[in-house]
Design a protein around this ligand. Structure first.
Ligand SMILES: Cc1ncc(COP(=O)(O)O)c(C=O)c1O
Length: 377
């Protein structure tokens, strides 16, 4: 987004501010569809659950990955006006509840909607059979997450060697397993994770078939990397490899879906904050701004992502520290930003801050989350 537009919005709405550009959201969705034409897009709502963002993806024709009752209801809000049959078809065909571990109360809330849910262990099958017997099942596989920024494989996923037994166990509990899912880890810049995961999934598909279970669905998860900088491989290159592997390993007409979060929203948002304090500590220029890691920059902690800070003013730069507004020293956005010597009250901004940022913002220390404005809706 142009600096001039950002400055105008900051003047109009004040700071801290997050600007979400819906043209970028639509463009990212279109890119995903273009480069992975066999894959149905289920937006992973957890990446940014702002209802306006969910609405834009709904209008664009997306499906949804939800992982809590609140996220399910967020999407359900968009379809509640539909006639009952259409609404039920949407839930079945276009929503996946992709959290392999679900509390009993969650299953009880979901069951009337006859959802598609993921699972990865025996205990979960017993719970689902008892508390949400109308669900369809998708078995989540454990796959390599090597080199991905956010590692998920230590928490979720059945090992391929136990997969078909878990499918049989669900079957013996009167549940139907529709297919498999996996997640290669978030911000996956190592495309080999996808090829290995597809290879493992293909092996489970054929073993399942030999044992009489015909799987119809493959969910290739999230992980598609946002272009934070030029070290990230371009999406079209990752997609090309995935397409080739899908055609080689899954030539049959199965349903293929993905759950991208970050790729769709990261580049659509820019955060703008004001310099509220300035000091020199051990010879280093330190800026204190009115947004921080308990707020929009929460991805620094939870998402292991470093957002670059930029200045609207030009001038010779030096390595600076940038801190958030709270009293906690953990509220450190960066100890090494290349910035000019700007004044108190000036503004700094960060691009590519749409994913896992506002989503995990808090009100810690009494500082409310940044205001969010939507443009090009
Ligand atoms: C089950 C599941 N699907 C999809 C996503 C979205 O992943 P990403 O934002 O890397 O695309 C996540 C993220 O944690 C997830 O846990």
């Amino acid at each position: 987004m142009h600096q001039k537009t950002l400055l105008q919005l900051a003047r109009k709405h004040g700071t801290p501010l997050v600007v979400v550009d819906h043209k970028v959201l639509r463009n990212n969705y279109a890119q995903f569809r273009k480069y992975l034409p066999r894959v149905q897009v289920y937006y992973a709502v957890k990446a940014n659950s702002d209802p306006a963002i969910v609405q834009t993806f709904y209008d664009a024709g997306a499906s949804f990955d939800v992982a809590s009752v609140a996220e399910f209801l967020n999407v359900h809000e968009k379809i509640k006006h539909l006639p009952a049959k259409q609404r039920q078809d949407f839930i079945w065909d276009r929503i996946i509840y992709a959290n392999p571990i679900k509390a009993i109360e969650t299953l009880q809330r979901l069951d009337p909607y006859k959802p598609l849910v993921t699972y990865d262990n025996h205990e979960e099958v017993i719970k689902i059979a008892r508390y949400a017997p109308h669900s369809g099942l998708v078995l989540r596989l454990n796959v390599p997450n090597t080199g991905s920024i956010v590692e998920l494989s230590s928490k979720f996923g059945a090992f391929p060697g136990e997969a078909v037994d878990l499918i049989a166990f669900a079957h013996n509990n009167n549940l139907v397993v529709e297919g498999l899912s996996f997640h290669v880890g978030s911000q996956c810049t190592n495309p080999k994770n996808y090829s290995q995961a597809l290879q493992l999934a293909a092996g489970v598909f054929s073993e399942a078939k030999m044992r009489g279970f015909d799987l119809k669905l493959l969910d290739i998860g999230g992980g598609f990397p946002a272009h934070y900088d030029d070290t990230v491989p371009p999406f079209r290159r990752v997609a090309k490899m995935i397409n080739a592997e899908l055609d080689r390993l899954f030539p049959q007409p199965i349903e293929i879906l993905a759950e991208p979060g970050r790729f769709l929203v990261a580049s659509a948002a820019t955060a703008i904050a004001q310099i509220i304090g300035k000091a020199v500590r051990a010879g280093k220029l330190c800026y204190y701004i009115n947004d921080g890691v308990y707020h929009t920059y929460s991805g620094v902690i939870f998402d292991h992502t470093q957002y670059r800070m930029k200045s609207f003013k030009k001038g010779p730069t030096q390595i600076c520290s940038v801190f958030g507004p709270t009293c906690d020293a953990l509220d450190t956005i960066s100890l090494a930003e290349q910035l000019p010597d700007v004044e108190m009250g000036d503004l700094l901004y960060s691009e590519n801050i749409g994913a896992y940022s506002a989503a995990s913002s808090t009100s810690f220390n009494g500082f409310p989350p940044a205001k969010v404005v939507h443009v090009n809706q």
